[in-house]
Write a protein of this length. Structure first.
Length: 277
């Protein structure tokens, strides 16, 4: 629930939510049949891009929306209303742990009954949390909004859950080790061996596992060039290891690039410079 908007119109104010943590149980009362009359539009989560989560770092996807309150309610009295966008799997109101909730919201008042709001969802994959605790969570999630109105005594007046069009993908983070090219230096026209390793977040074990059978691009940028170009596609072995050879022609940098898939994020390795003589 909101803790209160401070200030006057067109001033920023933080709306802190109570207990709306990613993948936590939604501890709100059962939805009421009455329409709240709150209108939410222009809802955007993470710029419509996939949300990539690793094994320990908290991820906070950005949220923005425009909301309008019904007659008799004011943005100045945030204790009388609540707007909480979220992602979910399963049923709209019975999603249990399959829920990504709001962390906080900041609203810029447009009028006494409308505001532009920005904030973040929250996903904590740490080992003591229930957040992202199964690799099956790497899939498409539905979009919803939880709306509430309160009476002057603080009791619930009306509540509803609205589903929104579209979905967002939750993906497992990947990592690539620095491209290691040898020998260094190397004679022009001779072979250079480039190795690396691709791993992917395992949300069950909270570790990064080798990611075998994945196609990864080996890219090269000449010393004076402005961009990398792909020189070869290489598939990781069962241990996630990459190894290939290329012909050295000029000084430059090598790196690995993985483009991801529907359940896995992208990754780019560090660069290794090779001196060609």
């Amino acid at each position: 629930m909101n803790t209160g908007i401070r200030g006057r119109r067109r001033t920023a104010a933080v709306i802190a939510t109570a207990g709306a943590l990613a993948f936590s149980v939604l501890n709100a009362p059962a939805a009421q049949a009455a329409d709240t009359g709150i209108v939410v539009s222009d809802l955007v989560i993470n710029d419509y891009k996939p949300i990539v989560v690793g094994t320990s770092k908290v991820v906070e996807p950005p949220v923005s929306l425009f909301m309008t309150l019904p007659a008799g309610y004011s943005t100045d009295d945030s204790s009388s209303w609540d707007v909480s966008p979220f992602l979910y799997r399963g049923g709209l109101t019975n999603h249990g742990y399959n829920y990504i909730g709001l962390d906080s919201l900041t609203c810029y008042e447009h009028s006494s009954q409308s505001a532009r709001c920005e904030g973040n969802l929250r996903i904590d994959p740490g080992p003591t949390r229930y957040d992202a605790d199964s690799n099956s969570d790497a899939t498409k999630w539905k979009i919803g909004v939880h709306l509430m109105l309160f009476k002057a005594n603080g009791h619930l007046q009306a509540e509803e859950y609205e589903s929104r069009p579209g979905t967002l993908s939750l993906r497992r983070a990947t990592k690539l080790t620095v491209a290691d090219a040898t020998p260094e230096p190397v004679a022009q026209g001779k072979k250079v061996t480039v190795v690396g390793k691709l791993t992917r977040a395992n949300w069950t074990t909270k570790k990064n596992d080798p990611y075998g059978g994945s196609r990864v691009s080996l890219q090269f940028r000449a010393r004076n060039a402005s961009a990398f170009r792909t020189v070869k596609k290489v598939t990781t072995n069962s241990a996630g290891v990459l190894r290939t050879t290329v012909t050295a022609s000029t000084d430059g940098f090598y790196r690995w690039v993985y483009s991801g898939n529907t359940v896995t994020g992208t990754a780019t390795s560090g660069q290794d410079f090779v001196d060609v003589r």
